[in-house]
Design a protein around this ligand. Sequence first.
Ligand code: SOE
Length: 387
Amino acid sequence: MAKTLRVGMVGYRFMGKAHSNAWRQAPHFFPLKAHIELHTICGREAAGVQAARAQLGWPTASTDWREVVESPLVDIVDICTPNDSHANIAIAAAKAGKHVLCEKPLALNVKQAEAMLAAVQKAKVVHMVCHNYRRVPAIALARKMIGEGAIGEIYHFRARYAQDRLVDPESPLTWKLQSGISGSGAHGDINVHIIDLARYLVGEFKEVSGLMTTFIKERPLTSAGGKRQSQAAKSFEKKGKVTVDDAALFIGRFANGALANLEATRFALGRRNHLELEINGSKGSLCFDLEDMNRLKFFDNASPPDRQGFRDILVTQPNGTHPYVGQWWRAGHLLGYEHTFVHTVADFVNACVEGKPVHPTFEDGLKNQQVLEAVELSVKKGQWVTI
Ligand code: SOE
């Protein structure tokens, strides 16, 4: 008789919505080794979390994350809150013997990430950071092809994660624009995704050199933002200071000698959620574009000279040919953003039952945090930083 794993989710906005869908869908499409029970959804604001409970289909709502974390009726804690609360919730959950799934970035800084990793290792619980883009089928295929030597020795990893949601100066001072709550801006929010993909597809970073800027220094205060404003902003001015980066770029060298070029911005008008990457090796190249996420472009230098070019692989072949897709539809029927969270949850649940590691673990989260912080130090010092 398969056991039941009961989920307590803290946080209920964008990521809470994506994760709720994933917890609900995973059992219907993936062979899970346990039954999943959505148990409690938690958030600070009673009215907000009650509305989310009804909309997202959770039986119970709470406004006290400690109550959720310590409940004997909860086996998994899923953290979907602003970054400054990840550490406290994860450490308490580990101490209570719960498996922990935590949204990215793992923490505000390396120090917190180290404490989180120590706590989950001591508690011997399963831990994972929700870097969902690793489980885009095209990305998982790229990883497989690289592992099989399809592009040979890697020379270059180039990635850009560009959005435009903050170009409007009237866009309010939300928590993601305040360093005390978010840590950094585009850097920790979206650069962290391509840092994680760089480590997943190429390997560990050795040294980095970064550049950051904040284009809009002040933004309107909002009621929502008001409850979470930094001390400085509570002077009831019409505007509050932006204390994070709007764009973060860095170059780097991997431990294996390959070169890195990463860019994250929330000021690229027209780019709504545009993650693209290209990897160049001695035998070929791979290209991926999240806006066309079911395709992987592959240049195979072994092809006869008269027919060389980037092959356009539609990553939808079932029956074990392409990862994850066979659990959904027939060949050619496309997947979307939400499926990557279902894949993440499915792998996490089975790891919880088997008591095995599932990547990206909190150790991956710590390594990502070390790269984030090395870039920030490089920006501060104006020089290369070795990790
Ligand atoms: C930022 O806008 C954001 O929501 C990130 O926080 C998510 O991790 C990413 O998947 C989509 O963009």
